[in-house]
Design a binder for this molecule. Structure first.
Ligand code: SF4
Ligand code: SF4
Length: 335
């Protein structure tokens, strides 16, 4: 599934953001154009995809996002919009007017929620308005970026606004060479224990978590894996699957932490298959140089059996940023 960045601008500055460099470097006029949206939809639909994700920055900063959503749906593709929920009055009014009757089977909002205690009051009001209005389309995404993470704000929001009873749980990943907040490799087990301890509370409210990419399997003991298995019905993943991110300028890269590595233009690829093969092979060469976030990943049976990918590559790549270029060139940032 393609992730299209409608704009790289964002109005928040989350401490864990691994896309921050993109946001700060992006010129204000840097928004995806109609002709490029149509090209992307043609490109991926011809390749067999039936869904597209819109993200940013903050995708609702794009003045034509409502038209873009409706256009993609009219092409028979499902749209997932990843948003902060901070939406201007004008765009919000358009969204209410034109999206309220859309089939929820064709449109999902994933609201990336931060703890309201760390969020300005005016933002909390706007986010609450969005969640209340679009509850039937909306599930929450939270980014765990520190130990002693307080999950209760997500439970409170789901209950208050009647959101879907599922939380997409991501670990904040490091930006190689930068300093964003994230769970360090030696903190993973503690993070895992804190999460497992919170599962009964989630289950009491019939809320389930699902992992985003890059969670290391060995952070959990076998007993904890059993609890997770029961909680998720076996739908837990410890994989790193290269997403395909496309910027407003039609640059393409494999996923955000890898955005400083080996960027291409979408126009360089004939079709979706060629694009995916290119980035899969790129990731393979990086994984050959470094198996994962721990040295033990290189010979880990879980990795060899494809049960775990070795955590997010960004941890390993972070270690190489300042060294002499003695490895496969793909492990060093290209700019
Ligand atoms: S490197 Fe893998 S785990 Fe990390 S963000 Fe990219 S796809 Fe996810
Ligand atoms: S591959 Fe690495 S991160 Fe995954 S379980 Fe093995 S040692 Fe842990």
């Amino acid at each position: 599934m393609a992730n299209i960045l409608l704009t790289q601008k964002c109005i928040r500055s989350c401490p864990y953001c691994f896309a921050r460099k993109h946001m700060h470097d992006a010129p204000p006029e840097d928004i995806l154009k109609w002709e490029d949206l149509i090209y992307i939809v043609d490109f991926f639909q011809a390749g067999g995809d039936n869904s597209i994700s819109l993200l940013g920055g903050e995708p609702f900063l794009h003045p034509e996002i409502v038209d873009y959503i409706l256009y993609i749906i009219s092409r028979g593709m499902h749209v997932t919009v990843f948003t902060s929920g901070v939406v201007s009055e004008k765009i919000f009014a358009q969204a209410v007017d034109r999206l309220a009757d859309v089939d929820p089977g064709m449109l999902s909002f994933v609201v990336n929620l931060n703890n309201p205690k760390d969020t300005p009051f005016s933002e909390n009001e706007t986010i609450g308005r969005f969640m209340a209005t679009f509850a039937r389309f909306t599930c929450l995404s939270i980014n765990v970026y520190k130990l002693k993470f307080d999950y209760s704000f997500a439970v409170a929001a789901i209950n208050k606004y009647g959101l879907q009873r599922h939380i997409r749980l991501g670990l904040a990943h490091p930006i190689p060479g930068k300093k964003n907040m994230c769970i360090k490799p030696d903190q993973m087990s503690l993070m895992a224990t804190e999460l497992i301890d919170y599962l009964p509370t989630l289950e009491a409210f019939n809320i389930r978590v699902g992992f985003d990419c890059g969670v290391p399997m060995c952070a959990f003991t076998d007993d904890q894996l059993g609890k997770l298995f029961r909680h998720t019905g076996g739908m837990m993943s410890f994989r790193c699957g290269s997403a395909i991110d496309i910027g407003p300028d039609m640059e393409v890269w494999s996923c955000f932490p890898m955005s400083g590595y080996n960027k291409k233009s979408l126009f360089e690829f004939k079709n979706r298959q060629e694009l995916c093969e290119y980035f899969d092979s790129f990731i393979d060469t990086v994984r050959t140089e470094t198996g994962g976030m721990y040295q033990k990943c290189d010979y880990c049976d879980n990795r060899l059996r494809h049960l775990c990918s070795g955590g997010c590559l960004s941890h390993a790549l972070n270690n190489f940023v300042n060294e002499a270029h003695i490895r496969n060139e793909n492990v060093y940032p290209s700019k």
